[in-house]
Design a protein around this ligand. Structure first.
Ligand SMILES: Cc1ncc(COP(=O)(O)O)c(C=O)c1O
Length: 434
């Protein structure tokens, strides 16, 4: 395996695109030196890099590609829509079709608006909540790593350059699964918190009554509850985590899996809040998600086709079944290597993550990088173990073998020191939370 062309193209990319990619999470500093840097194409659960190396891929497209690369019915729907035109001076009929299809699946939502990025959808939810409540502050779950590239969220991270001082201070943090910490924020800032943002679940499941408690606190204190379903949506349950846990937020946001990698994200929720962006009444003055490309028709065609697959095929069951198979086998392999305290396998089966701890049993970027490097050497590109509908039993079996091989190196590196095994520098995190 060599990565000559990868290195060349990545150097050129970095000289013309800051960060060398359009998502920091895909950047060179997130991955081992020994590995693919630029991808040429994908098919199903596999990708080929620009040097022709083939990999089983996990967490494809930052978890957007849940059906698999080049999924036939999605590609066909996009091709058909291309022949009809991509953008018009008035709304396209497909905007209605997509909205009705979505609202038929996410049945707690009464109105929906599409946009391109999850960040934009979350920021729009905050804007609506601020307009609805007449308040400025927002409370976010401290353990949830990302809501938006916009200032109201990024100011809570170490990548906070270019954010004006007045933006800071309006974003408060509470602990997930700890109602008292949210209650304390409402007590400290009475009548000031417009919205409470959280992912309904992440690595931890919500404790019994927790999401209901968040909803009740929001009601009691007049704040808008927002569930970010960017990851849980179209993964935990076809109706979203809100359906699975039986708690309907005031607003919610979706993205990623909804269009199998095409650029569609979603803001949806209560009609009385969403209507502030409708311009139907004299006081409807929220400039809500009005963009040139918001209703680009091929993306909406991709979303409709993706949702049809979810409705007619056991996608959710597959994601959970394959994830569970992988989890059980990997946990056994990890135990066989005596690494249970070093390589934890975490999260829901449809959203499986691997941890990497060093000799001191603390999270280690060097050991994470080594694990990724040794998986790559064995044909698996796995920043996570997040499944798609295209991952086959054979993919999972090959991954288990790759994990087995990678862990023998990991175990040796724990004894001998990681430096002798790692090619190049450890990867970095994109940012830390302040
Ligand atoms: C939970 C969550 N919310 C919001 C976002 C932002 O979505 P996007 O990258 O489409 O702007 C992400 C992206 O990773 C996410 O994981």
């Amino acid at each position: 395996m060599d990565f000559v062309r990868s290195r060349e193209l990545s150097a050129r990319l970095k000289s013309v695109v800051p960060g060398g990619s359009h998502t920091y999470a895909k950047g060179d500093d997130q991955y081992p030196e020994f590995g693919p840097r630029v991808i040429a194409r994908g098919s199903g659960s596999h990708v080929w890099d620009v040097d022709g190396n083939q990999f089983i891929e996990y967490g494809m497209g930052n978890r957007a590609v849940t059906l698999g690369h080049v999924y036939p019915s999605v590609v066909e729907a996009v091709q058909k829509s291309l022949a009809l035109g991509t953008n018009f001076t008035r709304p396209a009929a497909i905007e209605l079709e997509c909205a009705e299809t979505f609202l038929g699946i996410i049945d707690g939502a009464e109105m929906v608006k599409f946009t391109k990025d999850g960040s934009t959808a979350d920021t729009a939810a905050l804007k609506l909540a601020r307009a609805y409540t007449g308040r400025d502050m927002v409370a976010i779950a401290a353990e949830h790593p990302f809501f938006s590239y916009d200032d109201w969220f990024i100011c809570t991270t170490t990548m906070d350059g270019g954010i004006p001082e007045f933006e800071r201070g309006a974003t408060l943090r509470f602990s997930y699964n700890d109602l008292d910490s949210l209650r304390a924020l409402f007590t400290k800032h009475p009548g000031q918190i417009a919205a409470v943002f959280l992912e309904p679940a992440r690595i931890d499941e919500p404790l019994p009554g927790y999401l209901e408690g968040v909803q009740a606190l929001c009601r009691e204190h007049g704040a808008v509850s927002v569930f970010d379903e960017m990851i849980t949506g179209f993964r935990w349950h076809i109706g979203g985590a809100q359906k699975l846990y039986g708690v309907t937020p005031d607003l919610s946001t979706f993205g990623k899996a909804v269009a199998n990698g095409f650029s569609v994200s979603v803001l949806c929720g209560r009609r009385d809040i969403m209507r502030l962006g409708s311009r139907e009444r004299p006081n409807d003055n929220v400039f809500l998600l009005s963009t040139t490309h918001g209703a680009e028709t091929p993306a909406l065609a991709a979303a409709i086709a993706t949702m049809q697959v979810y409705k007619s095929e056991p996608v959710i069951e597959h994601l959970h079944r394959q994830g569970e198979r992988l989890r059980q086998a990997v946990v056994q392999v990890v135990a066989r290597h005596g690494l249970s305290e070093h390589v934890p396998i975490m999260g829901r089966a449809c959203n499986l993550l691997h941890g990497a701890r060093g000799p001191d049993k603390k999270p280690s970027q060097a050991f994470r990088t080594l694990f990724l490097q040794e998986l790559i050497r064995r044909g698996v590109l796995a920043p996570s173990f997040v499944m798609s509908y295209s991952h086959t039993d054979e993919d999972v079996d090959r991954t288990i073998d790759a994990v087995d091989g990678a862990l023998s190196v990991y175990a040796r590196a724990l004894n001998d020191g990681v430096d002798g095994y790692l090619v190049g520098a450890p990867s970095r995190t994109v940012f830390d939370r302040k």
